[in-house]
Structure formats: C-alpha cells, structure tokens
Design a binder for this molecule. Structure first.
Ligand SMILES: [Zn+2]
Length: 264
C-alpha cells in the first residue's frame, strides 16, 4: 500500500535478457517481488521481456515463465501473455492456452516482432479471443514505428469497442503527449499506460486524467528496464505540485487495474 492506497504497477517484466543489460542477465519473479516490497507496490501485471523472443518456442517458454510466476505468487502477480500475431494459428492457440492457465491479458510488441500493423486484419482472431475472455489487450505504441502509432492503436480500440485496450507508453514522443490524449478521447475502452513517459507529472498524469477521466490512466513503470521508484515519485509530484486529487491518484495507482482485472 502507498498512502493507504492499493498500489499496482501495470507494466512489469521478468525473464532472461538477450545477453546482458545494465549488468543484468535475468530478472526473476523473486527479484520483482523484492522490488515491489521495497517500495510498497502490492501487485504487478507481469509479462516476459519482449526482446529475446523470436521463434514460436521462445514465446511458449516465455509465457510459461510468467504462468509459473503467477502460480507461485498469486497474491502479488497478475500475468500477461505475449504473442506475435504473425505466427498465425500458433499465436491464437497460445493466447487460448495462456488465458486458460490463468494469465489475464495479452500483450503485443510489433516493433520487436516483425512490424505488423496493429490496426490490420491480422489481429482479428486475437482481438476476438480477448473479447470472448474479457481480457485486456496491451499494445506497444510509438509514433515513429509506422505499425503501432497511437493513431493505429486508437483505430484498434475503435474496431473492438468490447475489448479494453491499453496503449503502452503514450506514443514515446514528449511533443505529442497532448495529441495522444486528444486522439484517445472518443474511445472509452482505450486506456493509457504511463510507462516510458517523460519526467513531466502534469503532462503524464494530470492532463490525461482531466481530459479522459481518472478511470482511463494506468500507473506503469516498465520495471526492471526503468525504475518503479522514479515513476512513483512522478505520481507523488503530480499530487503535491500539480493538483492531482487523492481520489484520482487512487484510481490511477491501483483502482483501475483492480477494476480491469477483477482484483480483490
Ligand atoms: Zn515493457
């Protein structure tokens, strides 16, 4: 708990890096829970690291690591499976398998997995499966990608209004943050994740909450690639310096994830 509020980090990773990254070779479920304990985070939505995954078997192994982690830490970890829709029926079967094993959402990272367009027909079977299962769809966004720009993620949300879509990183472009909020606005099933956003509490938390409603912004850090501690400080400053209310903070920090994932 943080300030008496349920704290959920909606964007975390575990797994083996490709080679070594910042002195790390792997980040395990135990490492993740230790970091959470140190800063008061109650629960993490966790997916495998996306970058080492290429072949179908890589995805299967990675998702199994997450399934195991959630079985071992059901009170702390909620699992997100990752697939590459270009794998066709395998990807569809993998989504089904993972959701049956207890994972609660599906993540797509087109930039690392072959540059498929997130608003194309390729996603149809996976989006349908998410709709049937009530599972949110987490989608990497990047204005420079030409395959998962915020415009395309918004079109995906428009195409499947029954699926809760979470746009990760808010487009990765500081100059375009306000634009992302505007283009997300018409789609009530489209949510914004605050991971990999600039050190601008008013632009990342306060403005989106005021324009979209606090129910559409999810606190996320991208731990261990980025620091959950820094992101918690950014959220605290949004309240201390820029007028985010206690109730808005409560929703962003854990209330929304709790609602989307049926967490107690
Ligand atoms: Zn991430």
């Amino acid at each position: 708990m943080i300030d008496g509020m349920l704290a959920v980090d909606a964007h975390c990773h575990i797994g083996e890096f490709r080679g070594e990254r910042f002195g790390m070779r792997r980040f395990t479920a135990d490492d993740l829970v230790e970091r959470m304990d140190n800063c008061g985070v109650d629960r993490a939505l966790v997916c495998h690291l996306a970058s080492p995954l290429v072949e179908q078997e890589d995805f299967k192994r990675a998702n199994n690591v997450v399934v195991q982690a959630t079985w071992q830490q059901p009170d702390r970890l909620t699992g997100v499976c990752i697939v590459n829709p270009k794998h066709g029926p395998f990807a569809q079967q993998e989504v089904r398998r993972c959701l049956e094993a207890g994972l609660k959402a599906v993540k797509l990272q087109p930039v690392l997995h072959g540059y498929y367009d997130v608003d194309s027909d390729l996603l149809e079977p996976i989006a349908r499966r998410c709709a049937d299962a009530g599972a949110p769809l987490f989608v990497h966004s990047d204005f420079n990608s030409k395959c998962c720009t915020p415009y395309q993620v918004a079109r995906l949300a428009a195409r499947y209004p029954q699926v809760n879509v979470v746009m990760l990183h808010m487009g990765l472009d500081f100059e375009m943050l306000a634009k992302v909020v505007d283009l997300a606005r018409p789609y009530r099933n489209l949510h914004l994740d605050t991971s990999q956003t600039p050190d601008a509490p008013q632009a990342v938390f306060v403005h989106p909450v005021r324009r979209l409603g606090a129910e559409r912004v999810l606190f996320g850090s991208d731990m261990p690639l980025l620091s959950v501690e820094v992101n918690l400080a950014k959220l605290a400053l949004a309240q201390q310096l820029f007028g985010l209310s206690q109730d808005e903070k409560r929703q962003v920090l854990g209330g929304n994830a709790s609602r989307l994932f049926g967490l107690a």
